[in-house]
Design a protein around this ligand. Sequence first.
Ligand SMILES: Cc1cc2nc3c(=O)[nH]c(=O)nc-3n(C[C@H](O)[C@H](O)[C@H](O)COP(=O)(O)OP(=O)(O)OC[C@H]3O[C@@H](n4cnc5c(N)ncnc54)[C@H](O)[C@@H]3O)c2cc1C
Length: 389
Amino acid sequence: MPSPFTEEHIHFRKTVRSFAEKELAPHIEEWERDELFPNWVFKRAGELGILGAHYPEAVGGSGGDFWFAVAKSEELTACRMAGVTMGLLVQADMATPVINDLGTPEQKAEFLTPAIRGEKIAALGVTEPDAGSDVSAIRTWARKDGDDYIVNGSKTYITNGTRADFVTLLVKTNPDAGAHGCSFIVVPTATKGFGVSKKLKKIGNHSSDTAELHFEDMRVPKRYLLGDENLGFMYLMQNFQSERIIGCTSAVAGVDRMLGDAVRYGRDRVVFGKPIIKREYWQQKFVDLYAKLEAGRALSYKGAESYNDDKYVRKEAVSMETVRIISMAKIFIGEAMTEISDQCLQFHGGAGYIEEFDVARAWRDQRLFRIGGGTTETLRYYVAKIMGF
Ligand SMILES: Cc1cc2nc3c(=O)[nH]c(=O)nc-3n(C[C@H](O)[C@H](O)[C@H](O)COP(=O)(O)OP(=O)(O)OC[C@H]3O[C@@H](n4cnc5c(N)ncnc54)[C@H](O)[C@@H]3O)c2cc1C
């Protein structure tokens, strides 16, 4: 596959990398300790054009294609805190694509444009305490009442959830219709009845906030419905594809950095009179790990190319073939990157288990990828269905 990246993408990459290395990475210790990166990060990313490079100019973006989103997801990992990368990717690629696809001009002006500028923080509210992999089982109910919905229920594991200005929320508008009764609404968090139940403590991605949310008789005007009522499940399946493929490209870039760090470490670390990277055992292992990394990258680029062709070239819905490729990419990358990151930690010996080495944080951060945005097992179940097994 010829490189999809043009001079413009490369220029954009440099902007994102410089932001990640110079403005974010110096704060690792503080933000990981505080379990929150500050809100100015969204604003600054917006000022630099990082959040909207792949959104149309009409809504405040730069009008670029999907490869800008890919470049951003890769270069942000240079901040070496997956929590920060995740918070920004939720803002740009997970909570807002559905508004860009379905929103009215008023909805875009109220939510999407300020999110692209980093002036409003966005969250995506899908998962519930009793419904994660099986999204159709969600119970948060938006009951119609005149010109409003009255929303009751809860969501959990919501990234950016403690400080979001709005949540792109999946609700049931017909509680008896399973997947056919779901709808998307956008909810400003200043609405009466909205609450953050608790901030969740995680084993990794410490610099990001993850929250449980509740809604009690929350009155949301019907004008905040995205697209058509009861088509939310279908919209979500479309939305998941950008989320998953961007997660893939980001995971591969993060693990690529881990491998580079490990090789450098292995040149200096002398054991039994020889640098460990000179041991044939590890040389063979690293060749295999790099092969898996490149296989993961190739599969993620195939998924990104398919997505770009569907959405940016043909300007159509995401095809089932694209869904299949992206799902397989996430399955493969989830497992392969977990194996690679674990070997990188092992290669460091005791140092791998000590906080001051980046590998410890990268290892625990990386583990989320097999779970968040659809677990490996659920995706296998979908792919089997698509392939008619
Ligand atoms: C740090 C973090 C951030 C997150 N951010 C967000 C967010 O911003 N917004 C949001 O909406 N959600 C978010 N999530 C939720 C995430 O997407 C879900 O955790 C994920 O989809 C899995 O759902 P679950 O946790 O309910 O697991 P469950 O559905 O309870 O799954 C439990 C186990 O069952 C397995 N399983 C499920 N179905 C099958 C099957 N058919 N065959 C075999 N095994 C199966 C799963 O693979 C898993 O191993 C986040 C999660 C985390 C941890």
